[in-house]
Every structure is written in structure tokens, then in C-alpha cells.
Write a protein that binds this ligand. Structure first.
Ligand SMILES: [Zn+2]
Length: 416
């Protein structure tokens, strides 16, 4: 199983845009950039929508057949733990082991000491290719990192071994994710996290840390871009170094969650990937449904009516919808239009308020974030919503393809 150097998480809330998503990757391939599609959908998303992991498999297989895609592709059981992994084990061949909730739970003192002793030779300063300043590692720091992350890495080991026992070693891709937490992980922390992952015998293909700054759902990066760029380069150096040092898969790469729409950091990411000749996995799944909504609004008539209804309901159930995403959204409620305002809008106004074009005066990042997490509302509409997606496919599909290709693939991988 080889994920390839570049891969994209393109999971799709309603399993309708597989072909339109894949069309973006086909366009990239025609330009010489190979990106492996990965349809990811989390337990949380399945539960909210009322779909099963098999539905994601079906969508992926159908899109691949319909488009004649002959490269590798995967179905990612996104953000799973021991409690729900079994639901995904037959239909997935990519597993994102989410152990963020175990960060800070401390392993026994003697285990922490043993871990630090085992990795004793890295105490001092670590010189890595591509990084000017050696990274300083003090013994106390190493111990504190072990106290914070060793237990979580062990939890990842348990989930990994559970999957391996069923699917067999080498038959699936493994990601370890720690992104859904409050504090970002530093490159030094990443280094020891990777040591602990290797100690657990997890052949991790990708690792998803929490990076510095805010990665809010569906909107641009918020934070210090220079600091991000420096840390991202250090992370790439750490990943390459740790893969060799600890015998992790040589293609080990970073995975960026909530990676869609982080336009202001795509340039430094692009530059760093080139500098380190590094691969990347980027999850962009959640925004495809916003393109569906934009398409419905643009269609006018019944499509626009549905779009407005979804917004009105989202607003009235804002607490419920935002609660599962509290760590990954920042909505200024005072800047949201009222439902009454939106009733008066035409399709163009709705679409331009939602579409992520920061040069457009209508664009509203709060409106966009709320709708990003509001997919429960159309899920409850059921057939009425799904039928509208099919009816207006000619408007929606090009939006989906263009969003992935023009706004993501080009700046991240193709700009020179
Ligand atoms: Zn995530």
C-alpha cells in the first residue's frame, strides 16, 4: 500500500460529488502532478448525517470506475478510536487514529524514565538537514514531552494493533492525528511523538499534528504566517529525520487537517515542500458541501429556497451545530446576517457571501463557518436536499472541481 507523495482528503458529506472531486485530481494528473484521492469521513460525520462507512466506500469505488481512474485511492476512517474502529474496519483501508483526547494523560513515571533513557542520545542539540539553527533538546524538556504524549502514543498503538489483527500488516495506511486539541505541538514534541509511535511499532504513513495558529473550518489561516512557515519547515525536517532514525516508513509525511482554504499559508507550504522534497496529505473534505450549497443558491428557484432554509435553521440551532466543532471554529455571531436579511437575497448574493473569495466585499467568514458545520440540517431534509443536488448537478459539479483544482491544488503543488 503506497499513499504516494501527495494525497488529498476529499471526503464528501453527502457522497454525491466523488466524480466532480476526482475530476480535479485528473486535471492535476494531466499537468503532471499525481495526487492520490482519499475519501475520508469521520464517525462524527457519519453519525450526524446518518450514513454508514460502506457508503463512503461505495462512493469512492463508483467515482473511480466512472472516471476511469487507474491510480491508487483510499477510504479513510477519519478520527477513529478503539470505541468505533470496528464500524470502519471492513470498508476502509486508511485509518486516522485520533489520540488527541489522550494528550496530557500521563504514563507511569518508570515508563517515562525508560523512554527518555532510550532516546538519550538526542538530548543536547539536534542538527537536521535544511534547518539552520540546531534544535535544542534538554533532558527535562524530553521528560515533560514524554509525560504529555507517551500515553497517547500507546493508545495509538492499541488501535493500530487492533486494526492490524483484522486487516493484516501492510494492507492499510495509518495516520496518527493529534490535531483536535487546544495547544499546537512544537517540532521538538513532534520528534518525540514520532519516537514513541515507532516504539509502539506503528508504521505511520502520515502524522497530523496541531500546527501553530488557527485552522478554522473552511476559512483562511489565522496566525503568524512567518512563525507557521518556520515551524512547518522544522516539522518537515523532523519528519524526514525521524523516519530514518526510528525506522518509520520512508515516505512518512505530514497531514494537514482542516487544510482547505488556508490560502495565506499555501505559498510557504509550497516553498517548504519543494525545499525538502517532501510529500503532503491535505484534508479538504468539509468544503465540498459548501460548493453544493453555493451551486444550489446560484441555481435560484427551489435551489435558492433550500439554501436559505438551511441558513435560517442553522442560525436557530447554532449552539447545537457548533458544539462538536468548538476547537476548530471562530464565529463572531454579531457578524452573521439575520434570517430575515437572507430571505431578501438573490442567489448571487447568497453565493458571494459564502464563496471563499476574500477580494469580494460580500464574503462573510462567519456565515461560511456556520454553514460549514451545519450539514446536519440538509441531512435532516433527506431526499428533498439530495434530489436538489442531482437536479442542479450541472451547476454544482464544476464548482466542486474548480474549488479543489484552482483554489487548492494549483497554489499548493503547482505554483512556481
Ligand atoms: Zn481532523
Amino acid at each position: 500500500m503506497n499513499l504516494g507523495k501527495y494525497s488529498f482528503g476529499i471526503g464528501d458529506r453527502f457522497a454525491k460529488q466523488g466524480k466532480a472531486q476526482l475530476a480535479a485530481l485528473i486535471k492535476a494528473k494531466q499537468q503532471g502532478i499525481e495526487i492520490t484521492p482519499v475519501w475520508n469521513k469521520s464517525h462524527r460525520e457519519h453519525t450526524i448525517i446518518g450514513t454508514e462507512p460502506e457508503d463512503t466506500r461505495k462512493e469512492a469505488d463508483e467515482a473511480v470506475t466512472a472516471c476511469g481512474w487507474n491510480g491508487p485511492y483510499f477510504v479513510d476512517a477519519d478520527h477513529i478510536g478503539l470505541k468505533n474502529v470496528d464500524l470502519f474496519i471492513d470498508s476502509s483501508d486508511f485509518f486516522t487514529l485520533d489520540v488527541a483526547d489522550y494528550i496530557g494523560k500521563t504514563a507511569p513515571e518508570s515508563d517515562i524514565d525508560r523512554f527518555v533513557k532510550k532516546h538519550d542520545k538526542y538530548i543536547g542539540s539536534l542538527k537536521m538537514a535544511g534547518i539552520e539553527q540546531p534544535i535544542k533538546i534538554e533532558r527535562e524538556k524530553a521528560k515533560a514531552i514524554a509525560a504529555k504524549f507517551l500515553y497517547a502514543a500507546r493508545q495509538a498503538g492499541e488501535i493500530y494493533r487492533h486494526i492490524e489483527a483484522v486487516r493484516g500488516a501492510g494492507n492499510f495506511i495509518t495516520e496518527v492525528s493529534m490535531d483536535e486539541t487546544d495547544e499546537p505541538q512544537t517540532p521538538v514534541e513532534m520528534f518525540f511523538i514520532l519516537a514513541a509511535i515507532a516504539d509502539e511499532g506503528i508504521p505511520a504513513d502520515t502524522v497530523a499534528p496541531k500546527f501553530t495558529g488557527r485552522f478554522n473550518k473552511g476559512v483562511d489561516y489565522v496566525g503568524d504566517i512567518t512563525k507557521f512557515a518556520k515551524e512547518f519547515e522544522e516539522d518537515l525536517a523532523v519528519v524526514a529525520f525521524a523516519a530514518r532514525e526510528f525506522g518509520l516508513p520512508k515516505d512518512l509525511k505530514l497531514s494537514i487537517h482542516s487544510g482547505s482554504d488556508k490560502f495565506s499559508i499555501y505559498k510557504p507550504i509550497n516553498k517548504a515542500l519543494k525545499k525538502f522534497d517532501a510529500g503532503l496529505h491535505l484534508k479538504t473534505a468539509g468544503t465540498t458541501w459548501l460548493e453544493e450549497l453555493i451551486g444550489l443558491a446560484m441555481a435560484g428557484g427551489d435551489g435558492l429556497t433550500i439554501a436559505k432554509e438551511i441558513y435560517a435553521k442553522s442560525l436557530s440551532r447554532i449552539d447545537e451545530l457548533c458544539q462538536p466543532y468548538a476547537t476548530v471554529i471562530d464565529i463572531d455571531r454579531n457578524s452573521l446576517p439575520t434570517a430575515a436579511d437572507v430571505t431578501k437575497w438573490d442567489g448571487q448574493k447568497f453565493a458571494s457571501t459564502l464563496r471563499h473569495d476574500q477580494s469580494c466585499k460580500d464574503y462573510n467568514r462567519n456565515f461560511r463557518q456556520l454553514l460549514h458545520v451545519a450539514y446536519k440540517i440538509p441531512a435532516e431534509m433527506g431526499g428533498r436536499f439530495l434530489d436538489a443536488l442531482e437536479k442542479h448537478e450541472d451547476i454544482i459539479a464544476p464548482n466542486v472541481t474548480e474549488n479543489i483544482y484552482n483554489r487548492h491544488i494549483i497554489p499548493i503543488f503547482m505554483m512556481t
